[in-house]
Design a protein around this ligand. Sequence first.
Ligand code: MF3
Ligand code: CO
Ligand code: CO
Length: 266
Amino acid sequence: MSVTLKSSEDIAQMRVAGRLAAEVLDYIGPLVKPGVSTGEIDRLCHEYMVEVQGTTPAPLNYAPPGYQPYPKSICTSVNHVVCHGVPGEKKLKSGDVVNIDITVIKDGYHGDTSRMFYVGQPSIQARRLCDVTFDCMWRGIDAVRAGAHLGDIGFAIQSHAEQHGFSVVREFCGHGIGRKFHEEPQVLHYGRPGTGLRLQAGMIFTVEPMINAGKADIRQLADGWTIVTKDHSLSAQWEHTVLVTETGHEILTSSAGTPARPHAAF
Ligand code: MF3
Ligand code: CO
Ligand code: CO
């Protein structure tokens, strides 16, 4: 029950796992188009991980306490689905937005990252939500450095989301990650500056805000996994795995295709 500091060997392996997770998103991005089903996206990602990368999809059969084993290799969360959307027959259509969340295991280490993808042309509202959520993730990441507190991350995210009239999902959070998929600490996406755990160099965790266009309330579907907004408003999420360093942070889930961080003021 504690937050581990990673060794330099752990960190080297987490860089590899993180890059590989991001590369699955690079691979699948161009294939996210109207008419493709989320099940097909899952199958393509699964094959890429297992056959091209030699990685293991961490979600497949993942069963935290209180959950049935997750049946697929990735999560695909479309429109009002907040997270843990289970891939299936449903075909994507123009105007949809979808979060694809990839977690790979390489040599026992986990890399976890997600991005939003537009299917055809997004509405102005959907584009705005995805952009603000991206900026929320980066504001959170920018608060990461040795000596800062977890509450600084949550505050940075929450204040930006709420300034834009959006709401932060409370029930799910970022997490420590390493040899285990979900470790301590819990990285809340809301909070107050200067509160919570003090960050130390060598900690590794995810920052993965889920932001709703409407109210924050969520509901779980009967499949035991899929989380949707109660009011059916759109929801967006972005995720990186991040290493705390003395001077700031290092993004572990970057690849050739990782969208650039916002520049200047955002
Ligand atoms: N990748 C998700 C996260 O960021 C967790 C998915 S759990 C699953 O923590 F079983 F649904 F895959
Ligand atoms: Co995660
Ligand atoms: Co994830």
